[in-house]
Design a protein around this ligand. Structure first.
Ligand code: DC
Length: 233
């Protein structure tokens, strides 16, 4: 492959949105590495907040308590070439937040406006320097509406559940049917919430990854990024 960081002189921000299991995180991480950019997984931020709320016994319908608890919570993302480390009050929770339970709670706590305002503020600060690949649900539509390059990755519910099944197989006692049900429920919650719902930005490129490998998706995005910066499209 061409050496993209040599080709691309002007740094840009790349937004990658889409539903659960569409491959966003893996793709975004690889794209960032290829381009010499920093990868930011915003879903991990909602997950870490949810872990904190669960630990403190706060439910998603306890809005006042959740907002108060947000003041006590210290969240840090440490970008790395292999993965992003998530620190919650100085504790490394990078792996702890990857469970089906946290996935569901994250989708519910993500409906609360004060939580979103705080996390979006952090996300915009991290993107100020440019050279960011950020994945989430509202990056192209709300967090970084001026991102130079926007992608919306999707895949069939069956394929997305299968991918999650492979991811969880070794550590969680969960069935494919259960994961399909969870994903459909999360799609509904993320797409129908009042604040910054998951939707395709007008200027985003839609890519169905159902029958594509991670490498194929990464290649498409990296090559298009290089072309765009070279002014060839
Ligand atoms: O990408 P993920 O599955 O780790 O995200 C977990 C949940 O967090 C997702 O169901 C919705 C929420 N989320 C969000 O509302 N906005 C984002 N930018 C990222 C995630």
């Amino acid at each position: 492959m061409t050496s993209p960081s040599k080709v691309m002189t002007t740094r840009m921000n790349i937004a990658i949105d889409g539903p659960a299991g569409a491959g966003k995180s893996t793709v975004a991480r690889h794209v960032a590495r290829e381009l010499g950019y920093v990868y930011i997984d915003t879903g991990a931020m909602y997950r870490a907040v949810s872990l904190h709320m669960i630990r403190t016994g706060i439910q998603p319908d306890q809005v006042e308590e959740a907002v108060a608890e947000m003041q006590r919570l210290h969240l840090e993302l440490l970008p790395g070439s292999e993965r992003q480390t998530v620190l919650l009050n100085k504790e490394d929770v990078t792996e702890t937040i990857r469970t089906p339970e946290i996935s569901q709670f994250a989708s519910l706590f993500a409906q609360l406006e004060p939580i979103r305002i705080k996390l979006v503020h952090m996300q915009r600060q991290m993107a100020e320097q440019k050279g960011i690949v950020m994945d989430g649900r509202d990056i192209g539509t709300h967090v970084l509406p001026d991102a130079e390059f926007k992608w919306f990755l999707t895949a069939s519910v069956e394929e997305r559940a299968r991918r999650r099944y492979v991811e969880y197989m070794d550590k969680e006692n969960v069935t494919l049917e259960q994961l399909m049900h969870d994903i459909e429920q999360r799609d509904r919650q993320d797409e129908t919430r009042e604040i910054s719902p998951l939707r395709l930005a007008d200027d985003a490129i839609l890519l169905d990854t159902s029958s594509m490998s991670i490498d194929e998706v990464v290649n498409v995005i990296v090559q298009r990024a290089i072309l765009r910066k070279d002014g060839e499209q």
